[in-house]
Write a protein of this length. Structure first.
Length: 302
């Protein structure tokens, strides 16, 4: 494992909260494995990326701590959720915390670049840097709240010997191993299937990166052949595509491009992987083309 103050801080903080939330959090071995995968697939020890940690900011939020405590209480006391689904949910909560607290910084050295980011350690030139932060703190809190709602509403009634599940309450979320997955009716997690295998970290990051989109946009992205092709890449190749998407330090030169630059920044900040960004850009271009065609076909009045 890469020796780093970021790792030490994260493990120390995580160890404290896992003692109080053992039902929804794993021990530190799980976190160590995540950091190892950052090294294996993203080249951390080779200097290809650096890691920033927001674990301190997250743990200072009483909203987050209250939500985590509620999730833990439900998972500890609720026996209505099948063991395999409870284990998957536990894995998901740990991943949510990890991708929220950890930010990947891809460092690109450019000796001919006279930019804002001077490198004190690289005497040959300067460097530009790109951040990849999969999930915001507020988004994670929204998802935790939805998980709480799901846990509160699950009702399982075994009606027949073949374990088909049903309910008399329209507001209940049904859990049927042969039909709906756990998050079928979720606003943020309907694309996360609880019966899918635990994939390598780059693939899990990609799927969690879809949570910030609407269900309709998310479905379009999943059905896009480009998404399927890139998601099917080997983990180390997908990792390269992930850090190729950036909220980089672009320099602003002209006042008349402020609005487009602001829009671009917002778009990239909310599209944490290059796969989604490519597909979303294509959607924007298609929308603009349709709008332009409609305008040109409309009659012009003096």
């Amino acid at each position: 494992l890469v020796s780093s103050p970021v790792v030490e801080e994260y493990l120390k903080t995580y160890q404290k909260i896992t003692q109080e939330h053992a039902a929804c959090l794993y021990d530190t071995d799980h976190v160590v494995e995540c950091f190892k995968q950052l090294d294996i697939y993203f080249g951390w020890s080779k200097g290809k990326i650096e890691i920033l940690s927001y674990v301190g900011q997250v743990m200072e939020r009483t909203t987050f701590l209250d939500l985590l405590r509620t999730v833990n209480d439900h998972m500890r006391d609720d026996n209505k959720l099948p063991a395999d689904k409870k284990e998957f949910l536990r894995y998901l909560v740990n991943d949510l915390l990890f991708v929220t607290c950890i930010c990947i910084v891809s460092v690109h050295h450019d000796h001919n670049y006279d930019g804002l980011y001077a490198s004190p350690n690289k005497h040959l030139g300067t460097y530009k840097w790109w951040e990849c932060h999969i999930m915001s703190i507020t988004m994670m809190e929204d998802i935790l709240q939805e998980i709480i709602t799901l846990l509160q509403s699950i009702t399982i009634i075994i009606m027949t010997p073949n374990n088909n599940l049903t309910s008399t309450n329209d507001d209940d979320i049904l859990v049927d191993d042969d039909d709906d997955h756990l998050f079928a009716s979720s606003k943020y997690l309907d694309h996360i299937h609880d019966d899918s295998p635990i994939r390598p970290l780059p693939h899990r990051m990609t799927m969690l990166g879809l949570c910030s989109f609407s269900k309709e946009t998310r479905k379009e992205m999943e059905n896009d052949p480009l998404f399927g092709k890139m998601f099917g890449l080997a983990p180390h190749m997908l990792a390269r595509w992930i850090i190729a998407c950036s909220c980089s330090g672009g320099e602003q030169y002209y006042l008349n491009t402020c609005y487009p630059a602001a829009f671009n920044s917002i778009l990239v900040d909310n599209t944490p992987t290059i796969i989604c960004l490519l597909i979303l850009t294509r959607m924007v271009i298609s929308s603009l083309s349709t709008s332009s065609s409609s305008s040109s076909s409309s009659p012009v009045h003096d």
